[in-house]
Design a protein around this ligand. Sequence first.
Ligand code: SF4
Length: 227
Amino acid sequence: MKRSERYFRENIEKMVELMRTQAPEHHFEFRDPFWVLITTILSHRTKDEVTDSAARALETRYRDCKGLSEAEYDDVLKIIGKVGFKTVKAGRVIGAAKIIREQYGCSVPSSIDLLVQIPGVGRKTANVVISDSFGLPAIAVDTHVQRICYRTGISKSQDPEETEMIMRRIVPEALWVGLNPMMVEFGKNICRPVGPKCDICAIKEYCNYYDSNKGKESGGKKKQSRD
Ligand code: SF4
């Protein structure tokens, strides 16, 4: 069955409801906009538990935007030691803190357009801050959301920004807040990168991948990052 954008627009509310039944509760290490921003900058290609622990260690050491903006690069590098691409990210979190302090008086802007001007902040990170911290409607497309959308057929694109635009067209705005964390957990639990649990998946009847791979995939375990 070939599924169109119209098909998904008509079925997405049911799909979201069904995914929610198989998505464990998401753990939010922070809700404060500044630390959500820093955590998300650190999260690229890094396991959630490593990211959360590094961000928490930074928060314990520097407390806030002002503290991190004055941090020494080598100290930050040591603190975030296990994070992927740590040499780049150490500079980026200090740089982001400096910009938030100097341009916004240590108050993180609730605007995607302003957030993406900060080096190291792309649309995914900006959308996470807007949605998870400010509670404003936004859809962050990380690796889990991208994978689920691509497999089901919601998105024909492997580009997260294009997928975000498709999702913005088909998902009612009232469902945007909380959509990313729910899909992240559904992606870790059911629509896993390796060995998706298609046989027990609540949305298999809406999925192109299921149609073409019935019975072929099972098993396999892999730790996930938030990307
Ligand atoms: S049927 Fe399989 S591929 Fe499709 S959404 Fe479910 S787990 Fe993912």
